[in-house]
Design a protein around this ligand. Structure first.
Ligand SMILES: Nc1ncnc2c1ncn2[C@@H]1O[C@H](COP(=O)(O)OP(=O)(O)O)[C@@H](O)[C@H]1O
Ligand SMILES: [Mg+2]
Length: 376
């Protein structure tokens, strides 16, 4: 829509005002001249004089009224009909109906601009209404997901507790097993609630990152040492390969980055289906970035699911139907953390063979060191 569309109201009023003043004058003059030409020659001049002035005034006032009315209607029409449309639009918006378009085309620029602003407001409102709807849908999904995921361990806990109460667990071994199961299920719930809390905090930016300058090799070296102990206990091999120079730095939040790595590793453990389980962690230098690759030889992910595993609550049908629990939040936390580090995360996988999760983090290159003259 052109900025210059329509005439300015001020100009229109100027024209109207000129019309109101000029037209009566010109017309009256014209009529006067005509009247004089056709007037009877013997008409007494004195009579003519008084009569003519009266007629002139009457005609003038008549024409004045007429032109004013025409000018007023002219302006009114250009304002009134778009205003009526805007009024209708405002009513629609008030009633929550945003599916209409405003095309109150007028020849007055101000009115056009108002219509355009109105239309823009409608579009913005519509957008935010849609966003809200989407958000509502997501939180409903969230609630239904959470209830489902909490119910599973609770059902188990209730079942085993009842077994203990009823004396179904008759031997000390059985009782022990029941109690352990209850403990493990309660643990599952704890983890799920933790994940949810972290996710919602990350999502609403309630976890302030504490970024620091970290040495890449040292940081991941420490990470791997922590993991090695855990994995050894679960009989899972860990291969670590670091191709990044010793002095490469990055800016990262140590705690959150660790959380991301742990989430990826815990998936590798959880979706492992081979007796000879191996997880490989590789660190590569790819120019401005360092690339971290975490590869497992677990059950893999179908190609069609690969793009969605980083979406929150997304779990493949295969894992949904399996025994292993989960919320589908783990990888969305990973993506959020990596993206907050201005990095990227993606995955490749072969069903039955294993999965590799990749992420890149930008290297930190300290600005030119100040040249310090050596001691002489
Ligand atoms: N290493 C892996 N091997 C096989 N499948 C995986 C792996 N990592 C993730 N997935 C799939 O991606 C889904 C999403 O992972 P995640 O967000 O961590 O949720 P969760 O582990 O709670 O199910 C998992 O449910 C699983 O189907
Ligand atoms: Mg997970």
């Amino acid at each position: 829509m052109g900025e210059e569309q329509g005439m300015r109201l001020k100009n229109r009023i100027r024209i109207a005002f000129t019309l109101v003043v000029l037209v009566p004058l010109v017309l009256t003059g014209l009529i006067f001249v005509l009247f004089l030409q056709h007037a009877e020659p013997m008409y007494p001049v004195a009579m003519l004089r008084s009569d003519i002035w009266f007629t002139v005034i009457v005609v003038f006032v008549g024409i004045l009224i007429l032109t004013s009315v025409i000018a007023a209607v002219w302006i009114y029409h250009q304002i009134a009909s778009p205003l009526a449309e805007l009024k209708w639009a405002a009513r629609n918006i008030r009633d929550g109906n945003l599916d209409f378009t405003i095309d109150a085309m007028s020849n007055i620029r101000e009115v056009n601009e108002l219509s355009e602003d109105f239309e823009e407001m409608r579009l913005r409102l519509k957008e935010s209404a849609e966003e809200k709807l989407e958000g509502d849908k997501e939180s409903k999904e969230l609630i239904s997901n959470i209830s489902h995921d909490l119910r599973t361990p609770i059902t188990a806990i209730k079942g085993y507790a009842l077994g203990l109460i009823d004396g179904v667990a008759s031997t000390p071994e059985k009782r022990d097993h029941y109690i352990h199961t209850i403990y493990n299920k309660a643990n599952d719930m704890d983890k799920l609630i933790d994940e949810l809390t972290i996710y919602s905090r990350l999502d609403t930016n309630r976890i302030p990152y504490t970024f620091a300058q970290l040495n890449v090799s040292d940081y991941f070296g420490d990470c791997i040492e922590d993991l090695r102990v855990d994995l050894q206990a679960q009989d899972i091999g860990l291969v670590y390969q670091n191709d990044v120079a010793d002095d490469v730095l990055m800016i990262a939040d140590a705690e959150q980055l660790k959380r991301a790595v742990n989430n990826v590793i815990s998936n590798a453990v959880k979706y492992m289906d081979k007796p000879a389980a191996v997880i490989q962690v590789r660190l590569k230098d790819v120019g401005d970035f360092i690339q971290v690759e975490i590869e497992d030889n677990g059950k893999g992910i179908a190609q069609r699911d690969l793009a969605r595993i980083f979406d929150r609550f997304y779990r493949t049908d295969a894992s949904r139907n399996s025994r292993v629990g989960g919320s589908g939040i783990g990888l969305s936390i990973v993506r959020k953390i990596i993206e907050d580090h201005e990095g990227k995360v993606w995955a490749t996988s072969r069903e039955g063979a294993g999965t590799t999760i990749y992420f890149v983090l930008r290297k930190y290159i300290p600005s030119e060191e100040v040249f310090a003259p050596e001691d002489v």
